[in-house]
Design a protein around this ligand. Structure first.
Ligand code: FAD
Length: 365
């Protein structure tokens, strides 16, 4: 478990929450997104429960406005953390006992049974892989680990070309075959290693959302790091508002604020999770075609849609595709995406046609 990363995320979260609780506004810092109530200081008009805590090597935050009778911070926290722990038990490569870790250790090239939940996430990974012609690839694990962005400690030296090629030979989304009934997966090589980190935060937000709705919660905002799912309105009876930040590693500056109700939004970027070696920055998003961290002018990609798992994966996929192929795919597929490109002193942001349409609709009364 990357405790340094978790401690840093919690430290940022606590500092900002503390400073902003003095007024009614709040800011939720995330890896690449932070959200805020737009209305400034003033009286809250409806009851609000707010909880936060560590999860998945990062943190979560949940706000419930107008909670149903009997719900309080303690019961909410228990419910939310139980849902997130379920997702960890299914999808974590950091937990050796998870279903995914057991699948990764299984050297069989026969059909391996899967739980319906793990099957659904792998299927979504395969769908995005096909959509992006393999730029997004959930078999990327050996390369993620080689570059030190997985559960193992980062080696002192950069990987050699031979190590990269050896890891690349174990990567390829077409080496995985899925069966629906009964749910199962078949690996073309026994040493494939699936990494669902690009989808897992979204899965967590969707799982928490389903639980809250089953409990009669109509107004909530769930953030699992940079992936957010919101429904209804905030305590001031306004749409939940999310700030997309400038893709700058050393500061947190709002680039653009977007209202989000009954939607999910996720941002991926190359400016929070990276390391620097000999003056060069290496990001955690890996290009399967080179076997190396992406080198892009694209600082961040934000995606809006119905399901958090889908927008979480697409945001990573757009980062890997980069500033030319990403926007082209968003336009051709009608995906609501916002890109921030560093091609001058000031980062330049632009939305796909579907992104601007989505926002125009959400501004309507
Ligand atoms: P995103 O952009 O959403 O995802 C980037 C990640 O996707 C990369 O870090 C890599 O893992 C993967 N990736 C890279 N390139 C590609 C590609 N081309 N195609 C597809 N995927 C790619 N971290 C810890 O330090 N400790 C933990 O205990 C821990 N537990 C976790 C449990 C779960 C269930 C999950 C899902 C993740 C966990 N993590 C943990 C990982 C950590 O939270 C990740 O940093 C995070 O999931 C990546 O999300 P992001 O928003 O930073 O980036």
């Amino acid at each position: 478990m990357n405790t340094a990363k978790q401690t840093q995320a919690m430290k940022i979260l606590r500092t900002v929450m503390k400073s902003l609780r003095r007024c009614e506004s709040w800011i939720l810092p995330a890896i690449t997104v932070f959200a805020l109530l737009l209305t400034g200081c003033g009286e809250r008009t409806a009851p609000l429960i707010e909880i936060e805590g560590p999860t998945m090597g990062t943190y979560y935050s949940v706000k419930v406005a107008r909670p149903p009778a009997g719900m309080n911070a303690e019961t909410l926290k228990r419910q939310v953390e139980s849902a997130l722990n379920e997702v960890i038990a299914e999808l974590s490569t950091y937990d050796p006992t998870s279903e995914l870790s057991r699948l990764n250790r299984n050297p069989s090239t026969d059909w391996i049974p899967l739980s319906p939940n793990l099957h659904a996430v792998i299927a979504e990974g395969q769908r995005i892989a096909a959509l992006t012609d393999g730029a997004f690839d959930i078999t990327i694990g050996p390369l993620v680990n080689l570059w030190g962005f997985g559960p193992e400690a980062r080696p002192e030296a950069l990987p050699t070309e031979a190590e990269i090629q050896a890891a690349q030979a174990r990567v390829g989304w077409r080496k995985l075959e899925l069966r629906v009934a009964p749910p199962a997966v078949r690996k073309a090589r026994g040493d494939l290693y699936i990494d669902l980190s690009a989808l897992g935060e979204g899965v967590g937000a969707d799982r928490v959302s389903a639980g809250l709705e089953a409990s009669g919660v109509d107004h909530y905002m769930i953030a699992v790091a940079g992936t957010i799912r919101a429904k209804g309105r905030n305590a001031k009876n306004q749409p939940w508002a999310i700030a997309i930040e400038e893709p700058l590693p050393d500061q947190r500056t709002v680039h653009r604020i977007v209202p989000v109700s009954d939607r999910a939004i996720s941002t991926s970027g190359d400016y929070r999770n990276f390391f620097v070696k000999d003056g060069k920055r290496y990001s955690h998003e890996i290009d399967p075609s080179t076997g190396a961290p992406i080198e892009r002018n694209l600082g961040s990609a934000t995606v809006i849609g119905d399901r958090a798992m889908v927008v979480d994966g697409l945001a990573t996929a757009f980062m890997v595709l980069g500033e030319t192929r990403g926007p082209a795919l968003a336009a051709s597929q009608g995906l609501a995406a916002y890109f921030i490109v560093r091609d001058g002193d000031v980062p330049r942001g632009f939305g796909s046609p579907a992104f601007e349409d989505d926002l125009a609709r959400s501004h309507q009364p």
